[in-house]
Structure formats: structure tokens, C-alpha cells
Write a protein that binds this ligand. Sequence first.
Ligand SMILES: Cc1cc2nc3c(=O)[nH]c(=O)nc-3n(C[C@H](O)[C@H](O)[C@H](O)COP(=O)(O)OP(=O)(O)OC[C@H]3O[C@@H](n4cnc5c(N)ncnc54)[C@H](O)[C@@H]3O)c2cc1C
Length: 280
Amino acid sequence: MKLKKGAILSNLLTLKIKDASGDLYFPESIDDIVRFSYEFDDFRVISGGSNIVAGKLEKPVLYMGSMIGTSSTEDVSENAVRTFMPAGAPINKVIDYSVKNGLSGLEFMAGIPGTVGGAISGNAAPKDSSWDDVCGSVYYVRKGAVSMFIPEFGYRTLKNAPEAPYVIYGADLILVKDSPENVRKRVLYYLSKRMRITKPSAGSLFKNPDIEPAGSLLEKAGMKGYEVNGACLSPKHANIVINNGGASFDDFCRLKDEAQNRVLKMFNINLELEVKYWYA
Ligand SMILES: Cc1cc2nc3c(=O)[nH]c(=O)nc-3n(C[C@H](O)[C@H](O)[C@H](O)COP(=O)(O)OP(=O)(O)OC[C@H]3O[C@@H](n4cnc5c(N)ncnc54)[C@H](O)[C@@H]3O)c2cc1C
């Protein structure tokens, strides 16, 4: 397995944090993942890098952003198929595949960056959607052993995730047969609802508390457009974290702390992070 010691990770993170770096391992097979997870007690997994804030990392980093293995599809009933999808498959490519083959179920992911593995590990979705209806078995490696489970999802969480660190290497998607035209229409519908973000970003910084959306609380707390050396909460939407250029990990930490402190002080609400902050 290839290793890049002290690799610059900025380009693997959609937020382009300038000082992100670490020892980066590139598995080429499931065996590589098994060996890696056996050798290291603790490590990080990075795929599309679209939900991560990181600086200089001490733990080894496993890169899962490329396809290991191939996808395969089989009928499970007259109306549905089961598609095994490698974890590193980019979401946009999976959606293209679904449209082309008239397979419905993942339209809600249109416009969300990242990979199948990253999306499943955090139940990435727009508001009111979830991987519940589309994800069958999830295949993973932990401490040198290969295993699988049936996932249970919650709001931006995989409720029955294996104990960390674990590596998802693929999942069965249960997709419903439809016409390519119908699937395309639904994809376009979801795309039309997405906000255009032109700056490097990691999406929503915080989860929405039950009581009120995080964006609204942050806006009332004066955080819309707030910036620390380039680390910024978007002037268009106060919960979208962006990089105006040159921001470091420390800048994003200060931005997050300021946002959490203000909302706590003003509303007595503890905002919970949606983006993963990696401190080591
Ligand atoms: C512009 C923009 C818009 C976004 N909009 C949304 C949205 O609407 N809804 C939403 O939910 N999210 C959104 N996101 C966040 C992000 O796109 C999703 O969370 C995405 O699914 C993360 O996938 P990834 O491959 O990039 O994961 P990464 O960012 O690489 O990793 C995220 C987490 O998953 C873990 N992980 C990744 N791959 C694996 C694996 N194979 N095995 C085990 N663990 C793994 C990582 O260790 C990390 O903890 C947005 C991000 C951006 C930049």
C-alpha cells in the first residue's frame, strides 16, 4: 500500500484548509484495509473530504476516496434491484448511474458532494430525507476483521455504527425500477432546491436543534458573514461554513467557538457540530 508521509491534505478537503497534513495511506484492496486496521489501533478515514475540518494530524489517515472493487447489480424482485456499491464511489457518479439505468432511491442526494461511504457514515441528506429506505447491508473492516451489519440511521448519524475506528468498504443499495426520465425529473427537482455555494465549503457547520434551525439562531447571534482570517460563516446562510481564502485549522476552531459561545449565551442552546473537527 502506498504511503505519503506528511502529505498536504488541503486538496482532499473541500474546505481547503491551508495547514491540513498527515501520513496518508492509499489502500488498493480490501486486504490492504484489513492489514492497515490491524496494524494501527487508531486512525482517521477520509473519503470525499466534504465534511471534515482538520489541521496537522498525528493519527495515520486512510484514504477511501477511490473505488476499491466494482459495483454489481442483481434483481431482488420484479420491481427492485440490489446494487453493491464500493464505499469510494462518488455520489454524483452513483446518481448518474441511477438515472441512466432508471433506478430510483438516491435522488435526494443530488447536489450533495462526497462518497457513498462518507454519506452512510453520517446519514448525509437534505432536510427530511435519509438513507433508511435505500441502504441495505453495510460492509466494513475493523481491527483486521471483515464484517457487515444492517444500518439504523438517525439525524446525521449512523446509530449502530461499529466502534471507531472502522472502515466501510461498500454497501448494498436497494433501488426501485423506474424510467430514466422519472428518475432524472426527481434529480432535477432536488437540484433545484439546493443553494449555490461558490466558495470552498464543508456544508452546514452545526446540526439543527429541534427548537429552531441553527442558521436562524446564528443569524440572530450576529454570526452571518462572521470571519476569522478567511474562516467564515456564509453571508448567504449563517450555518454554512466557507473558506474565503488562506484560513487555517486554528481559524476554523476560533470561528466555531465564537459561534457556539454566542448562541449559548443568547439562547442557552448548545449547538452540536455536524462537520467533523479532527484535533489529532
Ligand atoms: C457544498 C456542500 C454541501 C453539502 N450539503 C450537505 C447536505 O445537504 N446534507 C448533508 O447531510 N451533508 C451535506 N454536506 C456534507 C457532506 O457532503 C456529506 O456529509 C458527505 O456525505 C460526506 O461524504 P465524504 O465522502 O466527503 O466524507 P468525508 O468528508 O471524507 O468524511 C466524513 C466522515 O465520514 C467518515 N468516513 C468517510 N468515509 C468513510 C468510510 N469509508 N468508512 C468509515 N468512515 C468514513 C470520515 O472519517 C468522517 O468522519 C455538504 C458539503 C458541502 C461541501
